[in-house]
Design a protein around this ligand. Structure first.
Ligand code: GAL
Length: 767
């Protein structure tokens, strides 16, 4: 049984696995990385364990993809393996959608095909990450038990035929799923070629919200556990509003459709989001534990869906329940934003992994098939994207999928082997990638830890969910997009920030930025205050700290988190929000910013944002702090029309040994860049006392080129520098130390340490 904090789990103990060797576990735990105290003192995690490859020493960068041999006649399998060997594939994720093939009828089990393919792959040195196969259930199960199907908010039953067409709270479905898990564990628990368990697939992709009667009953139980008494629940949801007071937990409702213009109680809706997350996490744990009881010694993972356009689950919690974290990342056709977005998503993954390596479980070699327009990748991007994930801390590069399907919903999705076959540009790139990953592995990249920044942008899944409420001053709020904009602004300013879950420990950073962290509890506000008091720099965005964890508005002026502690820290107090973007005739669409209060400060920071524009949200604030500096005001005719002319827009306030900035309006990436460069790229108070740290403080002069994404991965043996151009322009590097390991679309200059890295190129050096 997997238990938290070591517990009775055997994953970190001796392996009972037969096969390769009785005493050799199929995983390793002593990978360096994640060694700083805030990352190791975690008592709420199951132990880290990383699947070994079938190489002699078990090491290497995992490379491969989802493999669906059940879509093909067995005659093709041999060719698959030949091509996998040619490309250097060493891992596949198998049987993700194969439940119907494994259990064709309720009392018939068919493992023969799976035995054969695992064996064939294993003999060729290709390890299997074996799915629990519960992502799609067989049709006979739905015929027999239609009650396992989820319902939408209108009460319509979802039909079978796609994926995750099951209710996570259905006891009937769970029983079938766990039976399958146990069968798989019994059959493959000691198979030496199966080196990891791939639980489900993207839990929540199609059943994140379920409004079935099963869900209703489970939600009532969940509320009872969370609140204990109905009075506490009434209080939390504010049910005196619109006469919703409940006498008992039997009256608790799930937010089903209540009429076209009705609005769901935001506190209830938020709890329903949390509940959905918890039910799927419980389902995952039940599957995992069913397998672990029989096979305790193979690592467990499940593929997250982290990219800056989605926030399905609170993965900060999920990461505690896997032996290694893995992610599916699909590129954004955002032109020059493509790489920035990838790095931003990966920065959050690296935090979930606590500095240990993590898996790219899926990405695409080129176009997907699920958008209105599916662009292929540009020249170089197939290899570049994969290496960018490695640059950001990944030690496993896998694709959806190995061979492009000939039929079905995803046949026009790119794959490692395209429809045109082996003699193609794409397959040659796949082979080149396989070889490059081998080079990186041989050079010792595996297990090295991504160097951390001294700035953390804080991410909160709950705030992301809260911003989707239709009851806010603007429905255009988007926490994740604001995190991404700040991330890009730091890159533009020549420094790279980390992205860290709010609920983790970020106290070791020098600066923390909270963009649209709508929800702040009193405890989190206190953590911020303690951090600033001890010399930290806190940057608060325009819609941060407005509500508490029950979606109650903090009173006494905005942002009132912690009963006013937040606005006291900032030295301002907001009275109203000014919302633009209504697009009505004659309405202004933006407000200009002017200089700050130069009388109060000779600081050049007061003119940094002159001419910047805000288009969505402005806080109408008074300056209350005796020492607060106004760094920018609203200015001009439009500001005046809205009674904002001369009102503080961006401020700085000393707090204890640290300081707190308020960016009181939305700004685009270029204006945020100006703010980061002009106001944050100076010594943070945490640097000031010690000469050594002052030396390492980022100043505008010491900042790196904004044209390059530069990351550093370190192991006890070596340091690796990755350089990737962010834009269309090639970048020229001079005086760079280190032995070149990978020169992808890169030329070495005559002078030692000089390179030209072309668009979508990657340079990796070892020091
Ligand atoms: C993922 C999914 C894969 C495949 C892929 C297509 O969400 O896990 O099975 O559907 O998308 O991009």
């Amino acid at each position: 049984m997997q238990t938290k904090n070591g517990g009775t789990t055997k994953i970190s103990g001796a392996s009972k696995t037969t096969g390769v060797s009785e005493s050799t576990p199929l995983y390793e735990t002593n990978i360096p990385g994640g060694t700083s105290p805030d990352r190791t003192d975690r008592t709420d995690r199951i132990p880290f364990a990383w699947p070994k490859l079938l190489t002699e020493n078990g090491r290497g960068i995992a490379f491969g993809g989802d493999y669906n041999p059940d879509q093909w006649p067995e005659e093709i399998w041999g060719d698959d393996i030949r091509l996998m060997e040619k490309a250097g594939v060493n891992t596949v994720a198998l049987a993700i959608f194969s439940w119907d093939r494994i259990q064709p009828t309720e009392d018939r089990w068919n493992f023969g095909w799976l035995d054969r393919i695992i064996e064939k792959l294993g003999k060729a040195g290709i390890a299997t990450d074996l799915a629990s196969a519960t992502a799609t259930a067989p049709l006979w199960l739905y015929e027999k038990h239609p009650e396992v199907l989820p319902r939408d908010k209108y009460g319509h039953q979802v039909n079978a035929g796609s994926r995750q067409s099951w209710s996570p709270t259905s006891p009937v479905f769970k029983e079938y799923a766990l039976t399958l898990c146990r069968k798989l564990a019994e059959r493959y628990g000691s198979n030496p070629y199966v080196t990891a368990w791939h639980m489900g697939n993207e839990y929540g992709w199609n059943n994140r919200e379920d409004y079935s009667d099963n869900a209703l009953e489970a939600f009532r139980a969940w509320c009872r556990r969370k609140y204990g008494t109905i009075d506490a629940l009434n209080q939390a949801w504010g049910t005196t509003f619109w006469g919703q007071e409940m006498n008992d937990f039997d009256e608790v409702l799930i937010p089903r459709f209540m009429g076209a213009d009705s609005m769901v109680n935001p506190g209830q809706k938020l709890d329903f989001e949390r509940f959905g997350n918890d039910m799927l996490l419980d389902f995952y744990k039940a599957e995992r534990d069913a397998i672990a009881e029989i096979c305790p010694d193979k690592p467990f993972t499940t593929n997250f869906m982290v990219s800056t356009d989605q926030c399905c689950m609170d993965y900060a919690d999920w990461a505690n329940e896997v032996n290694f974290v893995s992610n599916d990342h699909y590129f954004h056709e955002g032109g020059e934003m493509h790489l920035d977005e990838l790095a931003c998503s990966d920065a959050l993954m690296d935090s979930f992994a606590l500095g240990k390596p993590w898996y790219v479980m899926e990405h695409s070699t080129s176009a997907v098939q699920w958008k209105p327009l599916n662009m292929r990748k540009r020249k170089g991007e197939t290899v570049r994207d994969s290496l960018a994930h490695v640059a950001m801390g990944a030690d496993a590069i896998n694709f959806f999928q190995w061979r492009a399907s000939a039929f079905g919903a995803e046949s026009f999705h790119s794959a490692m082997v395209p429809h045109a076959g082996e003699d193609t540009k794409l397959f040659r790139q796949v082979c080149e990638l396989g070889e490059t990953l081998r080079t990186l592995a041989d050079a010792g990249v595996q297990g090295s830890e991504l160097e951390r920044s001294d700035t953390a942008i804080l991410f909160s899944a709950e705030s992301e969910w809260a911003t989707r409420s239709e009851t806010l001053p603007s429905m255009k709020l988007n926490h994740w997009h604001d995190v991404r904009d700040w991330y890009r602004a730091f890159l533009n300013a020549g420094s790279r920030a980390d992205i860290v879950p709010l609920k983790y420990d970020w106290s070791a950073y020098k600066t923390v930025v909270l963009p649209t962290v709508l929800m702040l509890s009193a405890a989190d506000t206190q953590r911020l205050a303690d951090f600033a008091a001890a010399g930290g720099r806190v940057v608060i965005g325009y819609a941060t700290g407005l509500i508490d964890e029950n979606f109650h508005t903090w009173l006494g002026g905005y942002p009132g988190a912690g009963n006013g502690l937040l606005h006291d820290m900032l030295g301002i107090r907001g009275e109203e929000f000014n919302i633009l973007g209504a697009e009505a005739e004659g309405e202004p669409s933006e407000i200009r910013l002017g200089d700050g209060d130069s009388a109060a400060s000779a600081d050049s920071a007061v003119s940094v944002l002159n001419g910047a524009t805000t288009r969505l949200w402005q806080n109408d604030v008074n300056v209350t702090g005796e020492h607060a500096q106004v760094l920018a005001t609203y200015a001009g005719e439009t500001a005046d029309e809205w009674d904002l002319d001369g009102t503080a827009a961006v401020t700085r306030n000393p707090y204890g040994a640290g300081e707190a900035y308020f960016v009181g309006c939305d700004l685009d990436v270029s204006d945020l860049t100006r703010f980061v460069r002009g106001c944050l790229a100076v010594q943070s108070p945490k640097d000031a006392p010690s000469p050594e740290s002052a030396e390492s403080a980022k100043s505008p002069e010491s900042a790196e080129s904004p044209d390059v994404l530069h990351t550093v991965r370190k192991s006890p043996e070596a340091t690796f520098d990755f350089y990737l151009p962010r834009g269309k322009k090639e970048i020229a590097l001079h005086g760079i130390e280190g032995e070149p390991i990978v020169l992808f679309r890169t030329e070495q200059g005559e002078e030692s340490g000089s390179y030209v890295v072309h668009r979508n190129g990657v340079l990796v050096l070892r020091r």
